[in-house]
Design a protein around this ligand. Sequence first.
Ligand code: SAH
Ligand code: SF4
Length: 372
Amino acid sequence: MLSVSQILDKSVFQKDDLIYLLNSSGSERLKLFENAREVKSTFVGKKVFFRGLIEYSNYCKKNCYYCGIRAGNSRYARYRMTDAEVLEAVNYAFKNDYASIVIQSGEQTNKAFVSKIESLLKRIHRQTDGKIHVTLSLGEQSEDTYHRWLEAGAHRYLLRIEVSNPSLYLKLHPNNLSHDYHRRLDALKTLRKVGYQVGTGVMIGLPFQSVSDLADDLIFFREFDIDMAGMGPYIEHADTPLYKYRDSLMPLKSRFDLSLKMVAILRIMMKNINIAATTAMQTIDPQGREKALMVGANVIMPNLTPVKYRQDYLLYENKPCLDEEAEECKSCLEARIHIAGDTIGYGEWGDSKHFSQMSLKDSAEIPAALKK
Ligand code: SAH
Ligand code: SF4
């Protein structure tokens, strides 16, 4: 059996290698983290990019079994931000040199929604003189819709595959066309074809999910040649069907640790992509996002959603910063990033280097210092 150091020397990890790394502990685990940190600093630098997060609406037509804002949950008041609220959040991001925002929402595909997003994108473009880059995270849409939103000014799109194993996907979603694994995969391919920088990701520590599934997820990211990744621990929500499996889950701390390892391994596998330090990581560990930055993440999404809506956008329970206005959130984050030893790329779009460069697949391009 190879050691972590021998595995880290390989140019391409096989599935067995990934499982070994995901199971590593003690000094081997630390070696993995150390290597990921060095790769990050060499290939994407120590800069962290901010994406101001706007949780536009919690209306959702879908019923994913894990998610708190699923259509079947009547506990939350449903909201949609007004145009003025969206533009105010954008203005905050612009004035604070964030250079980039994410508009996220429950999935809606009706004509009014599609047109509303299109017109907001145009207004954002005008209001900021095209200086703010926009990432969308609005679920599965038609090719025409993706195209219209790109034309209106969006640049990047986040659509998590959630799990790359089709039979596991089926256990986590209703069995119908609007929750179909292959449809989601096709949507990712369409996004790529239309011309977006494409981000995807998975949840970690789900019921029925094994370490072997997570290794397959990492291989999926590599094969799909993604530009960005957002991964985080699964956190149970009492108003969802998966809650009944809560006793079968691994402890939160282990889900968190596995998430850190996923970030670290992905950074080593795909050296120049953007990887988010997700809010779900902070939900489990107050320093979760800084820890993710230390092992390879380079993007953070400060929440710009008006505080009055945040209680109603609970994808999972115990979401942090529910009562923090954008300004407090910003200074809190600056301190956190400083602790992690990084600096903030204010005023920079922070596009995925992967999107503009050839991918670095050949180990010959890895500096010798990293090949310990
Ligand atoms: N509706 C869009 C975007 C909003 S949901 C979509 O589904 O793509 C954003 C992400 O929240 C989902 O992709 C999912 O990975 C994550 N999420 C949902 N419920 C969660 C839970 N219980 N724990 C952790 N992450 C969750
Ligand atoms: Fe809707 Fe997205 Fe939640 Fe699924 S994960 S229920 S699509 S908001």
